[in-house]
Design a protein around this ligand. Structure first.
Ligand code: PHE
Ligand code: ZN
Length: 878
């Protein structure tokens, strides 16, 4: 299908369905290539719909075997069926039972949507529109039904049979090698939350007692032989359940909570009611195979999917335009959980780095869209950083604006009013307006207006009047379909710091102290005058990153040093160090600098003296420079990735050289011979040690290679082993190739670990990398059919290797374009996702821009593209 033909779906066209389906009873007879599904649907007219309508159900690649209405075979002239849909003519009874029998082929399902097999395990993925690949249905989130699922399979093939809800019956089918299980989910849910699993799996299970004393069996099911790698995920799950009780008053509601890990999965994980299905990357961990970052990722994703039980499942979305209602809110909740379990400032820094890298990049290019889009062609393409991460930022701003108490009351109202329903953003905001007594109409613009607002701040100190005036402005650049922008409601958390580092009291000219240091910029510009200011202050603005904006200040370098040294806000202290580094790199790109200011390296040494030992995780964030992509975004146009790389490298190596001895001492001191533990404090020390190693190697490659070589050999955990390998990978020569080969040999049978190996090689910033990737695509462990492999090798290349993806000869673009075209026939979602690597192509310098455009046009012109890829290609070129 070509872009021109895929229909546009618009929010303003929303209308309730003409029918409701109160009950769904599914009988699924699992067979590898011919699975039979019998659906018995209790249908009735929707009072909110149009009476006398035909019943139109969606399908996708379905084969209809039989259909009957109230037990009577339906005459062929009363319905029309094809693989994509089923329509039954009016008139229809007020309420009736529809029985539909379909046949599907899970083994041939390479899109990994609907029912498919992953390493011999039957599993399903129904969000957003996968249920229609199992049976004909009103496959949209505002149709809520109670499901009963009977699964039947060969006992050997699938000893474990799971579906949503509670197990109500199981047994043998006498005289056969087959068995069955019946699951019932009492909570009405939309079809996208349906799931079933059948296979040979190992189980790790425990009992969890909820706050009110109910017993819940929590179980993680993994591929045979990997049970001991599920322990951390199970622990994270129990901690998530406790946290949601404590922080949001939300208890779990079924007798079992099942998590199944599969190795072929399009996304991270899926919150199906009572039966989460996970990409095994976000479940499996052992000290030998997972890095600290992997452990943190598991904790976050386990929590995220669990939290969906209330924000997404008990309260779901009216339509897919409201996707951020569940996703933004649930990301906010998982961020809060991880902050509470680990370090709040470090978590905030990591989240903001991610937001800037993904969401700011998306927001500044042709794929920019509002957190609640107004139209789409392919909903799969809207599971974006904007919907998820910017969506979470909006919830965070809401809490900053109305305060934590009113926020919690608003959440309670939301659960009380909308439990069991399919809700909208208006419903959600209404609860916070009610709880806080505030008008949130203007604030709601955050859901409607795309683009990253730019806030400028300029300060004026008047020593005679002892006053300080802060002038603030905001402006949002145009985005596709939105040329004119309105001012937004921007909460700016701020403080004033004296030269000596003292936090100054905030008194405004009007005499009103700004509550909690919060100023709300809700017009195009505003000024605040602070009085009684005895010394020239340095403003610390946007503390904790209180709004997802780009801040431009008139701060001098000396001011930034004050903030770096003294800011009591951890986020802004880190930000000051990043802003300084960014300035140096930008000057180097312009050719205006070939060294790093000694005051900066001295400040870093001073900082390490103060904080390296007390807060190593935070120190590691300070030592990690802004990325090349961060610098590219600052420059914004005519970008030359090679020049950015050189400047970045220069700054990094100068810092490494200047701090060499201090870093080596730190590196030695941070060594630990205690057995590995993934806890945050130990992880922080390893993070700092690896950050130090990386800088040492930049400053003195020979010294770095030596340390990294030893660390690689001696490491007893993946964080240290891979940290060393990542340093070695940047130093050309036989040492690197030997280490890479040793790593591959050791983890030959471990695809998840080999993904790290693929990703690392794909990110080497050398011209030879292109050939290396082409070789790796022929490696026996690589497969175009597995999304994790594709993301590791090609995704990492396109998204993280700026100089090589953007090779001046265009061959990096060609590789990705060709891969997208091939992959599209197999798995359109993954192909479309890979193509978003071109999202900032218009900001490149002319030569590369031309080559990137040619590659995009090649994709767009390719015959029989999926709607997924056609949509991304079309919008990228618009
Ligand atoms: N809803 C899943 C999540 O939480 C993401 C997902 C979307 C998974 C679509 C599969 C398909 O975040
Ligand atoms: Zn989610």
């Amino acid at each position: 299908m070509r872009t021109e033909n895929a229909p546009v779906i618009r929010l303003e066209d929303y209308r309730p369905t003409d029918f409701l389906i109160d009950k769904v009873s599914l009988d699924v007879v699992l067979e590898p290539t011919a699975t039979r599904v019998t659906a018995v649907l209790a249908v009735r007219g929707n009072p909110a719909g149009r009476p006398g309508s035909p019943l139109v159900l969606q399908g996708d690649e379905l084969k209809l075997l039989a259909i009957s209405l109230d037990g009577e075979r339906l005459a062929p002239n009363r319905y029309k069926a094809d693989p994509q849909g089923l329509a039954i003519e009016a008139p229809l009874p007020e309420a009736f039972t529809l029985t539909i029998e379909t046949e599907i082929n899970p083994s041939a399902n390479t899109k990994l949507m609907g029912l498919y097999r992953s390493s011999g395990i039957y599993c399903t993925q129904c969000e957003a529109e996968g249920f229609r690949r199992i049976t004909y249905f009103l496959d949209r989130p505002d149709v809520l039904s109670v499901y009963t699922t009977r699964i039947e399979a060969a006992r050997d093939d699938a000893p474990l049979l799971l579906a949503n809800g509670n197990l109500i019956e199981r047994g043998e089918i006498a005289g056969t090698n087959r068995h069955f299980a019946v699951w019932h989910d009492p909570f009405p849910k939309p079809s996208y939350l349906f799931a079933l699993v059948g296979g040979r799996l190992d189980t790790l299970a425990e009992t969890f007692i909820t706050a009110s004393g109910r017993e819940v069996e929590v179980a993680i099911h993994v591929e045979a032989g990997k049970r001991d790698r599920a322990a951390y995920a199970l622990d994270a799950l129990k901690r998530s359940m406790r946290w949601d009780e404590r922080v949001f008053g939300r208890e779990y509601d079924l007798d079992v909570f099942n998590v199944v890990a599969v190795s072929d999965f399009n996304m991270g994980a899926m919150e199906n009611k009572g039966l989460n299905v996970f990409n095994d990357k976000y479940v499996l961990a052992s000290s030998d195979t997972a890095t600290d970052a992997d452990y943190a990722g598991i904790e976050t994703v386990i929590a995220h999917e669990y939290f969906h039980n209330w924000t997404g499942n008990r309260i779901t979305c009216r339509d897919w335009f409201q996707l951020c209602l569940k996703e933004g809110l649930t990301v906010f909740r998982d961020q809060e959980f991880s902050s509470d379990e680990r370090s709040r400032p470090v978590k905030r820094i990591a989240d903001v780095r991610g937001l800037r890298r993904q969401q700011f990049a998306e927001d500044s290019g042709p794929l920019a869209h509002p957190v609640r889009p107004r139209s789409y062609r392919e909903i799969n393409n809207f599971y974006t950083a904007t919907v998820y991460e910017k969506g979470a930022e909006i919830v965070r701003m809401l809490r900053v604006l109305i305060g934590a108490d009113a926020f919690r009351r608003g959440m309670d109202l939301y659960f009380a009013h909308f439990d069991g329903t399919a809700a909208t953003i208006e419903d959600f905001l209404g609860c916070f307006a009610e709880a806080s007594g505030r008008d949130l109409t203007h604030f709601a613009q955050w859901y409607e207006q795309a683009g990253t607002p730019v806030v400028t701040a300029a300060g004026h100190y008047d020593p005679a009047a002892r006053s300080f005036r802060l002038d603030l402005t905001q402006k949002t650049p145009p985005t596709p379909g939105q040329a004119e922008k309105q001012p937004m409601v921007i909460p700016i958390a701020l403080g004033l710091i004296g030269e000596s580092g003292r936090e100054l009291t905030l008194t405004t000219a009007e005499g009103n102290l700004i509550e909690n240091g919060l100023f709300v910029l809700d017009g195009a510009s505003a000024s605040i005058t602070f009085t009684g200011v005895d010394e020239r202050p340095v403003p610390s603005l946007l503390r904790g990153f209180s709004a997802p904006v780009k801040l431009e200040t008139d701060l001098a370098e000396a001011d930034l040093f004050v903030l770096f040294r003294h800011d009591s806000d951890g986020f802004n202290q880190w930000q000051a160090s990043q802003t300084l580094a960014t300035r140096f790199i930008l000057e180097a790109v312009r050719g205006a600098r070939d060294d790093v200011d000694a005051r900066f390296t001295e400040a870093l040494v001073h900082f390490l003296d103060q904080r390296a030992e007390s807060d190593p995780a935070f120190a590691a964030q300070v030592l990690a420079l802004p990325s090349e992509a961060d610098i590219a975004r600052e420059i914004g146009r005519d970008i030359d990735p090679a020049a950015i790389f050189d400047a970045h490298m220069m700054v990094k190596s100068r810092i490494g050289a200047a701090l060499g001895e201090r870093l080596e001492a730190l590196y030695a001191k941070l060594h630990s011979s205690a057995p590995y533990s993934p806890d945050a404090a130990s992880a922080g020390r390893r993070a700092l040690r690896n950050a130090a190693l990386s800088l040492i190697a930049a400053g003195d490659p020979a010294a770095g290679e030596k340390l990294a070589g030893t660390q690689f050999k001696d490491a007893d955990n993946m964080t240290e082993r891979f940290g060393a390998l990542a340093v070695l990978a940047l130093i050309p020569g036989s040492g690197r190739e030997e280490a890479l080969a040793a790593f591959a040999a050791r983890y030959r049978d471990d695809p998840l670990v080999l993904d790290k190996w693929f990703a690392l090689q794909a990110s080497i910033p050398e011209a030879e990398t292109l050939e290396r990737i082409k070789d790796l695509m022929r490696h026996p462990a690589f497969s175009m059919g597995n999304p994790n492999r594709v993301r590791a090798l090609l995704g990492s290349f396109a998204m993280t290797n700026a100089t090589q993806f953007n090779r001046p000869d265009g061959k990096g673009y060609d590789l990705i374009a060709e891969t997208v075209i091939t992959l599209d026939r197999r798995n359109p979602q993954i192909a479309a996702r890979l193509l978003t690597a071109f999202r900032t192509w218009r900001m490149l310098e002319a030569g590369r821009r031309e080559k990137a455009e040619a590659a995009l046009r090649q994709v767009a012109a390719s015959p029989s593209l999926s709607p997924d890829v056609a949509d991304i290609a079309g919008r990228s070129l618009q």
